[in-house]
Design a protein around this ligand. Structure first.
Ligand code: FES
Length: 263
């Protein structure tokens, strides 16, 4: 029996067997993509039945090498995955985690979405902007050098119960104030790596990009640290204390309502 393909309603076609061949030797691609990167590219591509599925981790890999995703990086991904540069560029410019200009050692993302903004996120962002003398996605200091910082304002970082929050290289610093955010940035500029409120110890944007590509040179360190906060677990703790439980699932799932066809 064939399962219908949800996109076309036609029969599912088995994924094509693909193997990745490194770009030819006289490839115009930048020499920053060295043998190790090519090896890692192979590993990433081999995880997927179709090579194009490897695009997101491959863009993170490129970012870990270059500190951003350059035009060379886009070309490298396109060659490796047999895509057009337009297809790769469309993805790289859609997701905000891929940076198109060189970044600092650290990326500081201040949540300025509604809840954080109302509780001080806007003030934190305004203060850091003035202190660092940069705006959204701009870098204080020479990109890539120690202590350099790229600042950005971010949409909801999914930690509203700990608002206002900011992230450094995607690690959380919860319940911030203007003062604590300034102290944090001072410490980063001095070359220190304050421990995030939750999550793994702080590294730098390139190391985190490599981890986002699914490559963990030091797996133990990259998962060390608590991943939840007391505030987040408060409801569950209260329920456990009072013996509250969620109603069981029905024996058979409720029928989907019939919806009028949209034309
Ligand atoms: S509004 Fe800032 S984490 Fe949700």
């Amino acid at each position: 029996m064939t399962t219908p393909n949800p996109e076309t309603n036609g029969p599912v076609v088995a994924p094509e067997e693909r193997t990745w061949a490194p770009p030819a030797e006289q490839s115009p691609v930048s020499p920053v993509f060295d043998e190790l990167t090519r090896q890692r590219t192979k590993e990433i591509v081999a995880r997927y039945p179709q090579s194009r599925s490897a695009l997101l981790p491959l863009l993170h890999l490129v970012q870990s090498v270059e500190g951003h995703v350059s035009q060379d990086g886009i070309r490298y991904c396109a060659e490796a995955l047999e895509l057009t540069t337009a297809e790769v560029a469309a993805v790289a410019t859609f997701y905000t985690m891929y940076k198109r200009t060189p970044c600092g050692e650290h990326l500081v993302s201040v949540c300025t979405n509604t809840l954080c903004a109302a509780l001080g996120g806007d003030d934190i962002y305004a203060r850091l902007k003035a202190k660092l003398g940069v705006g959204h996605e701009e870098t204080a200091g020479e990109p890539g050098t120690p202590g350099s910082i790229t600042l950005e304002h971010a949409e909801c970082l999914a930690a509203c119960d700990l608002a206002p929050v900011l992230q450094v290289n995607y690690e959380f610093f919860d319940n911030q104030t203007v003062r604590s955010a300034e102290d944090l940035v001072d410490a980063l500029q001095r070359g220190e790596k304050p421990h995030p409120t939750r999550g793994a110890p702080l590294t730098d944007l390139r190391t985190v990009s490599l981890e986002l590509a699914g490559i963990f040179p030091d797996l133990e360190r990259s998962v060390e640290g608590p991943s939840t906060a007391v505030e987040t677990m408060r409801g569950a703790a209260l329920a456990a204390e009072r013996g509250w439980t969620a109603p069981g699932m029905p024996d058979s799932p409720p029928a989907f309502p019939v919806l009028e066809e949209k034309r």
